[in-house]
Design a binder for this molecule. Structure first.
Ligand code: NDP
Ligand code: 8X3
Length: 253
C-alpha cells in the first residue's frame, strides 16, 4: 500500500514539484489549491506518468468551512493520510509598515498562518486516530530573519516557525513527526504574486545568480518523508549557494 500525502498549494511552484516528486516515489497524493483547471491537468498527468492514485481537491485554505466540508467528505480510503505538507502561502507586497496595504496583510496572515492552522486542525486528528503521521511545514528564511520591507511576510513565517515547534510538542505523544523546511530564494510564481502580477519585476529578483528551484525543495521533502520511522528532522534551512542570508546575495551584474 502506498502512503498518502496531502499537499496544499499544489498548483504551482514548490507544491507542484512536491506533488510530482512524491508521486514519482510511490506516494498517492491529494493535491489541493484554488485553480481547479490546473489541478485537473496535474491529476491526469500524475496518474499517467507515475501510475499512483491522485485526487484533486479545490480548496482555499482561508475558507475554514469549505476546508471542513472537503476534508470530512473525503472518501474513506483517502482519509488514511500519512503525510501533510503545509505549503500553500504567499507574500503580497514589499513595503514599509507605514506604507503597507491592509489587504496584503490580511491575505498573508489568513493564508500563511490561519490557512496552515485550518488544514492542520482538520487533518491531524486523522493521524492521531491511527497513532502515526508526519507533517511538513514550508516555512522560509523569512521565518528565521527579518529583512527590509519584509515585515508582515516575515512575521507570518516566524509564526509558522513557532507553530511548528508547538505542533511538535503537541504531537509527540501521538507519534507524529513534525518538520519545518525553510528555503531561501526559490524561483517560482512567488515574486509574480508578491508584485501583483508584474512579471518583469519578479524576474529581476532572480537575475545575476542561480536561485533554488522548486525541485530542490521537493527533493528535501522527499528526504524528510523517507527517513526511518524513528527519525524526525526538526528543521532544515536550505539556501542557494549564492545566498548567505536573507539579504546577502552574490549577484553578478
Ligand atoms: P507559488 O506562488 O509558485 O505557489 C503558491 C501555491 O500556493 C500555489 O499553488 C497557490 O495555489 C497556493 N495558494 C496560495 N494561496 C492559497 C490559498 N488561499 N488556498 C490554497 N492554496 C493557495 O509560490 P511558492 O511555490 O514559491 O510558495 C510555496 C510556499 O513556499 C509558500 O508558503 C512560500 O511562502 C514558501 N516559500 C517560498 C520561497 C520562494 O522563494 N519562492 C522561499 C521560502 C518559502 P492557487 O493559486 O491555485 O490557490
Ligand atoms: C521567500 C524567501 O527571502 O523572498 O520566503 O522572503 S524571501
Amino acid at each position: 500500500m502506498n502512503k498518502i500525502a496531502f499537499i496544499t498549494g499544489a498548483t504551482a511552484g514548490i507544491g507542484k514539484a512536491i506533488a510530482n516528486k512524491l508521486s514519482e516515489n510511490n506516494f498517492d497524493v491529494i493535491i489541493t489549491g484554488r485553480r481547479g483547471n490546473i489541478l485537473d491537468a496535474l491529476e491526469k498527468e500524475i496518474k499517467q506518468k507515475y501510475g499512483v492514485r491522485a485526487l484533486s481537491l479545490i480548496l482555499d485554505v482561508r475558507d475554514r468551512e469549505a476546508c471542513k466540508t472537503a476534508i470530512n467528505k473525503l472518501p474513506e480510503e483517502w482519509k488514511n493520510i500519512d503525510l501533510l505538507v503545509n505549503n500553500a502561502g504567499l507574500a503580497a507586497g514589499l513595503n514599509t509598515i507605514q506604507e503597507g496595504e491592509f489587504e496584503h496583510w490580511d491575505r498573508m496572515i489568513d493564508t500563511n498562518i490561519k490557512g496552515l492552522l485550518n488544514i492542520t486542525r482538520l487533518i491531524s486528528p486523522l493521524m492521531i486516530a491511527k497513532n502515526q503521521g508526519q507533517i511538513i511545514n514550508i516555512g522560509s528564511i523569512a521565518g528565521k530573519e527579518v529583512y527590509p520591507n519584509g515585515n508582515v511576510y516575515c512575521g507570518t513565517k516566524h509564526a509558522v516557525d513557532a507553530i511548528t515547534k508547538g505542533m511538535r510538542i503537541d504531537m509527540v505523544q501521538h507519534n507524529i513527526r513534525v518538520t519545518s523546511i525553510d528555503p531561501g530564494m526559490v524561483e517560482t510564481e512567488f515574486s509574480i504574486v508578491r508584485f501583483d502580477g508584474d512579471k518583469a519585476k519578479a524576474k529581476q529578483v532572480y537575475e545575476g545568480f542561480t536561485p533554488l528551484f522548486a525541485d530542490d525543495i521537493a527533493d528535501t521533502v522527499l528526504f524528510v518523508a523517507t527517513r526511518p520511522a524513528h527519525v524526525n528532522i526538526n528543521d532544515i534551512i536550505i539556501m542557494p549557494t549564492a545566498q548567505a542570508s536573507a539579504v546577502i546575495v552574490n549577484k553578478k551584474s
